[in-house]
Design a protein around this ligand. Structure first.
Ligand SMILES: CC(C)(COP(=O)(O)OP(=O)(O)OC[C@H]1O[C@@H](n2cnc3c(N)ncnc32)[C@H](O)[C@@H]1OP(=O)(O)O)[C@@H](O)C(=O)NCCC(=O)NCCS
Length: 146
């Protein structure tokens, strides 16, 4: 298993994981567009050519946003998301970013536990931020020195 920058050959598998993991998935075109975006860092976890997880971010003026992280259900609870986010933070540190912010559904117990383990703290809440189903978002942030 290895963590790599997302490349063209990973895009269709990442889009397929979006379909499996989210009620409002990114399209394959939207995922592919991230490859050409100089503000974006997307990483994939690959085993024998299969993408088992990924994380995506964008950075503007030293502040990074994590747009999505997901792991295929067959590969969960093996530390893949933790590995992806830790690698993402190390990559962002090298790009003069000083924090990583994300939104998470308030009922998403596994994801919230993951972020708490990795040192993210709640900095806000957005009422009815999500649709399908409608739900609040918690805003979490992890900061570091650069
Ligand atoms: C959230 C998600 C990315 C976690 O991926 P994962 O690879 O299974 O997570 P990891 O194995 O790296 O877990 C790391 C830590 O997160 C926490 N965690 C992960 N899944 C958990 C669960 N189901 N219940 C409780 N805690 C959990 C634990 O603290 C875990 O550490 P531990 O195994 O030492 O107890 C995965 O469940 C997923 O893809 N969910 C659907 C998509 C999603 O909700 N993404 C987040 C959007 S904001």
């Amino acid at each position: 298993m290895e963590i790599l920058p997302m490349a063209q050959q990973h895009v269709s598998q990442v889009a397929a994981l979006e379909q499996i993991c989210f009620s409002e998935p990114w399209s394959e075109n939207s995922v592919a567009g991230e490859l050409a975006n100089p503000l974006s860092v997307w990483l994939v976890c690959v085993e024998n050519g299969t993408v088992c997880g990924y994380v995506g971010s964008q950075t503007v003026l030293g502040e990074s946003d994590m747009m999505n992280v997901a792991v295929h259900p067959d590969f969960r609870r093996r530390g893949i998301a933790e590995g992806l986010i830790c690698e993402l933070v190390e990559t962002l540190k090298g790009k003069d970013s000083h924090c990583l912010t994300l939104e998470v559904r308030s009922s998403n117990v596994p994801a919230i536990a993951l972020y708490e383990k990795l040192g993210f703290a709640q900095v806000g809440r957005r009422k009815n931020y999500y649709r399908n189903p409608k739900e609040d978002a918690l805003i979490l942030r992890k900061e570091w020195q650069i």
